[in-house]
Design a protein around this ligand. Structure first.
Ligand code: NAP
Length: 483
């Protein structure tokens, strides 16, 4: 079953940082796949922009190489690759001075949607906005896509929001969090709000706890300088995990409509309680055979930045009072695994007696490496010998349910098309970002003031043992990667 492709109008998309890592790995492959799906109607144009001087032909070669490396099977169709690359233009501009802006201006015409993708370092977001404005490139059809990180703390995020607001209306600003573009994340809303089955049980009365894990096997790689100033709290917790928490915990919005959804997410962030220091575990990976330590990766032998964080938090509202949420994320862990598990409470009384064991329903939403949703239900173990209970999964893996040809677009494909359509539902609003920082800042200030150092943990392990203790003290265990 192949999904419907909804037509879009012609558009101009200008990728600042069009030669960079993100553009080559994600943005160009995503656009290529949408092109193949017929969602780049003529006379749509893609314009790469960066400081390096090169011709459009040079840029097309960069794009072709990127597609062959990162676009998977779609890039095996050489004719489509060539056709797509022919649509690419290039302009040399410098965000920090006036070079190239007149050339860019001359390339654009009024009419189609005009989206500027800020795929450059965050230090250039303000400069780009001011230049776009100065050169008269902002019109009613203009949208900007802003990559993470959005600020370093509450003050910087507020400052950035203020600067963007000088040049753009909030309805023109698309703060991207690619986790929200994942098929399963949206399915989470479909499962919660499209079924009668779950929502009546979706509260502290029936749910024991909820846990969210985003684990990576990679270290900080070439991003050491950025990461050393960010850490797992800023790089992952404040945005990706917080957004997942919002979707799992929010009240049903009245409509699946941008501000209705974002209003409900904002309420979740604002309901977050202060996290107690003993409910936070920070870790830093050590060296392994053939792999350097975090400190070696970032070139700082005394680094106190965390490459792992686990914490327990609570929401101060009627629905969730008393239900703990456990969140963890880290690098150089033993598996790549992103999942949310909703653990329901025990039945109030077991008619099968203590020997039948303790069984609980669990709903697992798997985001990586494969997307899918599994509901664990308790049944009788088949065969004679009395009533022995076992847990079996009711599996909603998309590949099986929808067939091998199911079209599940990559998060960037969906999100870029949402920008073109003008749909902000899956993008963060200014007040959401600020509320997330307002929760994050005191936690970071707390460990900075105490001089806390992260606990070392073995590369390719499940993180520091204290993360397991955080759960075990409450009589619980992590799902997914375990100690
Ligand atoms: P990158 O590989 O360093 O690329 C930076 C791009 O910006 C290059 O095309 C560079 O080309 C251009 N550039 C630099 N200075 C410029 C200037 N003054 N004016 C115009 N263009 C300039 O960075 P990246 O990894 O693609 O990351 C881009 C953004 O995405 C960053 O904000 C990053 O935090 C974010 N992000 C990246 C990833 C990822 O996986 N890479 C993931 C999430 C978010 P020239 O040097 O030729 O100008």
């Amino acid at each position: 079953m192949v999904s419907r492709t909804i037509p879009v109008d012609a558009f101009d998309l200008i990728i600042f940082g069009g030669t960079g890592d993100l553009a080559r790995r994600k943005i160009l492959p995503a656009l290529f796949k949408r092109f193949c799906a017929g969602q780049m109607p003529a006379p749509s144009r893609l314009i790469g922009a960066a400081r390096a001087e090169m011709s459009a032909a040079d840029y097309r070669e960069i794009a072709r190489a990127a597609l062959l490396e990162f676009a998977g099977e779609a890039a095996l169709d050489d004719a489509s690759v060539t056709e797509f690359c022919q649509t690419l233009e290039y302009v040399a501009v410098d965000a920090r001075d006036g070079r190239g802006w007149d050339d860019l201006s001359a390339m654009l015409t009024d009419g189609p949607v005009r989206a500027f993708y800020y795929s450059v370092g965050p230090g250039l977001f303000s400069d780009l906005s001011a230049r776009l404005h100065k050169h008269g490139l902002v019109n009613a059809e203009t949208r900007i896509v802003v990559e993470k990180p959005f600020g370093h703390d509450l003050d910087s995020a507020r400052g950035l929001n203020r600067e963007l607001a000088q040049h753009f209306d909030e309805s023109q600003i698309y703060r991207i969090d690619h986790y929200l573009g994942k098929e399963t994340v949206q399915n989470l809303m479909a499962v919660r709000f499209g079924n009668m089955l779950f929502e009546p049980l979706w509260n502290a009365q029936y749910i024991d706890h909820i846990q969210i894990t985003v684990a990576e096997t990679v270290g900080v790689g070439g991003r050491g300088e950025y990461y050393e100033n960010a850490g797992a709290m800023r790089d992952m917790m404040q945005n990706h995990l917080m957004q997942l928490l919002c979707l799992i915990a929010m009240e049903p919005p009245a409509m699946f409509e941008p501000d209705a959804v974002r209003d409900e997410k904002l309420k979740v962030i604002r309901a977050l309680d202060v996290v107690q220091p003993h409910h936070i575990v920070r870790g830093q990976y050590t060296a392994a055979d053939g792999y350097s330590s975090y400190r070696e990766d970032v070139g700082n032998p005394r680094s106190k930045t965390e490459s792992f964080i686990a914490l327990k938090c609570h929401l101060n509202n009627w629905r969730w009072a008393g239900t703990p949420f456990y969140l963890r994320t880290g690098k150089r862990l033993k598996e790549r695994d992103s999942e949310i598990t909703v653990v329901f409470k025990d039945t109030p009384h077991s008619i099968f007696g203590p020997e039948a064991g303790r069984h609980r329903n669990e709903l697992t939403i798997q985001l990586q490496p494969d997307e899918g949703i599994t509901l664990g239900v308790t049944i009788k173990e088949p065969g004679p010998g009395g009533m022995r209970l076992i847990d079996v999964p009711l599996d909603m893996s998309f590949a099986e349910a929808l067939g091998p040809d199911a079209d599940t677009p990559d998060a960037y494909e969906r999100l870029i098309m949402d920008v073109i359509r003008g749909n902000q539902t899956l993008f963060m609003r200014n007040d959401e970002v600020e509320a997330a920082w307002a929760w994050t800042d005191p936690i970071i200030r707390g460990w900075e003031a105490r001089g806390d150092a992260p606990k070392p943990y073995d590369s390719f392990s499940a993180g520091p043992d204290d993360a397991a203790l955080l759960m075990r003290r409450d009589g619980r265990e992590w799902r997914g990667i375990t100690h």
